[in-house]
Ligand binder design. Sequence first.
Ligand code: GLY
Length: 372
Amino acid sequence: MNYQNAIEEALIKTKANITRFGDLFPHTSKDEVYQLNPNDNWTNGFWVGILWLCYQYSGDQAYRDAAQSAVERMKERLDLDQHLDTHDIGFLYTPATVAQWMIDEDQQARLASIKAADRLMKRYRKELGLIQAWGPLGDPNQGGRIIIDCLMNMPLLFWASQETKHDHYQAAAVQFIEKARRYLMRGDDSSYHTFYFDQVTGEPIGGATQQGYKDGSTWTRGQAWAIYGFALAYRYTHNPAYLETSKRAARYFIKHLPENYVAHWDFDVPIDDQIKPDSSASAIAVCGMHELLTWLGTEDSDYTKFSQAIEKTMQSLTADYTTEHGSEGLIDHGSYSVRENKSPDDYTIWGDYFYLEALLRLEKGYTGFWYA
Ligand code: GLY
């Protein structure tokens, strides 16, 4: 399937999903049916982002109406401060309210996005220089823990500084990114999923996984978040160290891919014929590498490697990972958490979002909503 056809197919499925999902939000699938939630999950922004991408591409009012209606529910969640005790606020609001601001210059969406950034700032523990990922602030187990996924929440803070001209959002983001670069990334260009710091002294304790194979392993999706997150950090700051870190993460990712260029769920899991892929990690990595290419000249020694990886991955995803006509998911064989047996081989709404963003990056030059 060429990219154009793949986009058209995604639009058809999304239009059907608007009716199927109604006021609910999809997360991951079970038996090829999306499990829906009333608006209490970390992934709900991705559904809204898909709707905005479809509208941006097609100009079809049906996608816009559905996106606006979902944004209202996202704003309500923010106003009531429900299910927001997490670092995932960037994942939730960047493709929802920031997207609406970018598309429509809607002032209410802009204000909601700033409010979301303020909510995310409540996770910033200045005394430790980190953004706490999970659990109540200062939780004895989770209080000093950072996770690599959080890199993708940083564009909301960068955006807020840009919009409001207040630099405290960006300062917190940079502090977190520095910690991520120093402690989550490893010398061989692989990454920890999460890392703990002592909550009294701030001293580093050590890396550990949540969704990866084991504590020292490289969880594929975490590595993909690193590729894209550091590339976006470079876009906002122009700190060359972030560009280099994104390149390092991408080189490692590509070097450890199987023949079809779609990543297994962890780079260190023993390979056998039961091993599960994570198509969502590959879709994220494609978007991250495409963002990286923006900054690399064609003469850069990695340019060809990254371009070829993008192409080969997308060939595999469009040929072998897309779902049958009439299905709810856009791509199959994503894994939420194989380790915890949570949707280990299913549709994931973030995989669908990044797959569509990747197609639109390649076919139309759109870049999602992570920066204006
Ligand atoms: N941010 C959670 C995940 O990637 O599963």
